[in-house]
Design a binder for this molecule. Structure first.
Ligand code: RIB
Length: 287
């Protein structure tokens, strides 16, 4: 293994429809035409990191179907190593996404092949040459727990985007170099952002949407403001863009605040275009 960054997580086909508003229970609303785009928190994170220049491999699974090909094509054309993306008997994961005029999204995920990402996939990989492992939680929790343990024992820094939110063993939290949560997740986990460190991670980042992010370390909290963007088109995958860009910069030797400053820019630029992976900027576009 020669990739500095390993990403463990999901790969989904995003079926996106624009709606004026979301339907209430038992209600039907008409939306726009369905657009199919490559997504999934793991694949998004890997693509965001690769676009800004990281050497990155995704550990994941897709089905042997057209959506699987769409995902492989997006990953590979962005420069992500897909040698560790297996083809499962199950269909490629699908995310059903509605986007409202303010750019906000809501998502239902059908995991499909992502449910097949297993502890043995982690055991099969080598951490040689890797400096960061970044995980998110649309693949089985036991696989993520196993990977974080293995990476930590191998001396590889570990980043976890706690999305979607789940309960983790204390030992796993203690093996984390960086815990990434949004404001709502942070509020569920601790009364005060400083208290996130008492859960076990060496550091934490609270993402604040259009306001940027807060880096929480033993030395204190540093708020990193976002950049202004002209128009918010679609926020889908902005958190994954942040996690990918942050991880990429960590492999390049940035400290956490420097990496977060870069990552808020990447996340902000990502909301100016539709979709997740298609919206991620290159290093040249970030400037
Ligand atoms: O974080 C955004 C992603 O969540 C989407 O691309 C969708 O696939 C879901 O996994």
């Amino acid at each position: 293994m020669t990739n500095a960054l390993l990403v463990l997580g999901s790969a989904n086909a995003d079926l996106v429809v624009e709606v004026g508003r979301r339907p209430a229970g038992g209600e039907t609303v008409l939306g726009g035409d369905t657009v199919v785009l490559p997504g999934g928190k793991g694949a998004n994170t890997a693509v965001a990191a690769a676009r800004v220049g990281a050497s990155v491999a995704l550990i994941g699974a897709v089905g042997g179907d057209g959506y699987g090909s769409l995902l492989r094509e997006s990953l590979e054309s962005s420069g992500v190593d897909t040698a560790l993306v297996k083809t499962s008997e199950r269909p490629t994961g699908i995310a059903y996404i509605t986007v409202t005029p303010d750019g906000e999204n809501s998502i239902v995920v059908s995991p499909g092949a992502n449910a097949d990402v297993s502890e043995s996939d982690v055991d099969a990989l080598s951490f040689d040459g890797a400096s960061v492992l970044t995980c998110s939680l649309e693949v089985p929790l036991e696989t993520v727990i196993h990977a974080i343990g293995a990476a930590s024992k191998a001396g590889v820094r570990t980043v976890l985007n706690l999305s979607p939110v789940a309960e983790l063993p204390t030992e796993t939290l203690q093996q984390l170099t960086v815990l990434i949560v949004n404001e709502h997740e942070a509020a569920q986990l601790a009364d005060d952002w400083r208290d996130l460190l008492e859960l076990g991670p060496t550091s934490a980042i609270v993402t604040l949407g259009s306001r940027g992010a807060a880096v929480v370390a033993q030395a204190g909290i540093v708020e990193v403001p976002s950049i202004e963007v002209a128009e918010v088109v679609d926020t889908t995958g902005a958190g994954d863009a942040f996690a990918g860009a942050l991880s990429a910069r960590l492999t390049e030797g940035d400290d956490l605040v420097q990496a977060a400053k870069y990552a808020v820019k990447v996340a902000a630029l990502s909301v100016t275009k539709a979709g997740a992976q298609p919206s991620y900027p290159t290093a040249a576009e970030v400037g």
